[in-house]
Design a protein around this ligand. Structure first.
Ligand code: SF4
Length: 441
């Protein structure tokens, strides 16, 4: 009977794509997925450390998982991801049950680390810098839950220095993956039946700049659109400062590029944006949004907002609300500022009291709730193209519009993986009820 693995993933889409790669690596070693952690021979936690809460969750899960050793002393516990990279041996001291540790720098070393741990060693491989042979990881397959949509990591790390962010420390400097390596994976995925390619990076809009022969990100979009079978292209996360006109033009020009973009603003106050070292102003950001709305038909925008950054005043917060009113986002991911160890913002004077953060967060969510229900209404009666991704129960299908809205429709499983036209009957902020009009392709 094959050995079994169980993976628990925290954090961003990049971490989920890393976990899909780790599943692929374990499959090549003959491991099979366990139904639950209790029956696993290898438990792996892929960690996040973007805020305090994920740190706490990881430690409590490790507390739970150590019970596996009572039942199966040969079981291995592995920790990967950003918390592993940030804490290293400090985390092993806190949780000595850990047998294996690595990060997004060296996932390709997992087979060797498992051998070391099975030989009874503590296989802790946290590296200061990404190793020379880091790109070996792309040789491993990914194993995904969604057969029609796939994440493809195109760049790792970030060269920006936002004062609240740990990512440059935990994921290193920007390293773009070669165009050929990306296209090879896209072709492989299309052969496996994937129709939607979702390009990932902490800052995808920076892709290509650090290549020996620099290539603009927009060119990558064109090259991927030429791969037969690619129906949809999405990319996350763009940085406003790197959202150049050629990228916006490519979004408008390439039919497969979806009219949806996640563009983190973080704050609307120029004073706070400068303390965050975001590198742009409110005016610059709104000009980029105007350009997107002018060029990309029906563009749906989402964003990240930090509430309660050190020294944030009521006036600063009003600037943020003003951006929300002006842009009218389809979705906002909002967070209370959480001081991260080792970041400049954690040491800043003027930390905002938690009750003030909570009160401002409530007002922000209230404003956004109103905007989302108004936008949802605009979908009623419209015709949308939907990629059918899932069959929920007998006769009910689920998919997404190009603007990344979830849609529920009646239909049978033969429509899975198809692009269909639907008419929206009823719309709510998180779901569109629709009826099938026709199968497009
Ligand atoms: S752009 Fe800023 S917030 Fe985003 S990953 Fe880089 S440093 Fe962090």
């Amino acid at each position: 009977m094959g050995r079994k693995f169980f993976i628990k993933t925290f954090g961003c889409q990049m971490n989920f794509n890393d976990s899909e790669r780790i599943r692929g690596i374990l499959r090549t070693l003959g491991y099979e997925p366990a139904r639950s952690w209790e029956e696993a021979d290898l438990i792996l936690i892929n960690t996040c450390t973007i805020r305090e809460k994920p740190d706490q969750k990881v430690l409590s899960h490790l507390g739970e998982y150590r019970k596996i050793k009572e039942k199966n002393p040969k079981a291995l516990i592995a920790v990967a991801g950003c918390l592993a990279q940030r804490m290293g041996w400090e985390l092993v001291k806190k949780a000595p049950v850990i047998d294996i540790m690595f990060s997004s720098f060296n996932m390709h070393q997992l087979p060797e680390l498992i051998n070391q741990a099975q030989a009874g060693y503590k296989a802790i491989a946290i590296l200061e810098e990404p190793p020379e042979d880091e790109d070996k990881v792309w040789e491993f397959p990914t194993e995904r839950d969604n057969p029609y949509c796939a994440y493809v990591t195109i760049i790792k790390g970030c060269d920006k220095r936002c004062t609240y962010c740990v990512v440059p420390k935990t994921r290193g400097r920007e390293r773009s993956r070669s165009m050929e390596s990306i296209l090879e994976e896209v072709r492989r995925l299309v052969d496996e039946g994937v129709r939607e390619i979702h390009l990932l990076g902490q800052n995808v809009t920076a892709w290509g700049r650090d290549l020996e022969k620099p290539v603009p990100f927009s060119e990558l979009l064109y090259e991927i659109s030429k791969v037969d079978g690619v129906e949809r292209i999405r990319f996350t996360t763009g940085h406003p400062k790197d959202l150049t006109d050629d990228i916006i033009d490519a979004m408008a020009d390439i039919p497969q590029v979806c009219n949806a973009l996640h563009l983190p603003v973080q704050s609307g106050s120029d004073r706070i944006l400068s303390l965050m070292d975001r590198g742009y102003t409110k005016e610059f950001y709104l000009e980029r949004v105007e350009k997107l709305k002018e060029k990309v038909k029906g563009i749906a925008l989402s964003t990240d907002i930090i509430v309660g950054f050190p020294t944030e005043t009521e006036e600063d917060f009003e600037e943020t609300l003003d951006v929300v009113r002006k842009v009218r986002y389809e979705q906002i991911f909002s967070f209370k500022f959480s001081p991260r160890p080792g970041t400049p913002a954690a040491e800043m004077e003027g930390q905002v009291p938690d009750e003030v953060k909570t009160e401002r967060m409530t007002r922000l969510l209230e404003l956004q709730k109103g905007i989302m229900s108004e936008i949802a209404k605009t979908y009623e009666g419209t015709v949308q193209e939907v990629l059918v991704e899932e069959a929920r129960d007998e006769g009910t299908l689920v998919g997404r519009t190009t603007t990344n809205r979830w849609v529920t429709l009646e239909g049978d499983r033969s429509l899975l993986g198809k692009i269909v036209k639907v008419k929206v009957k009823k719309a709510s902020p998180f779901n569109l009820d629709a009826e099938l009009l026709e199968v497009v392709r």
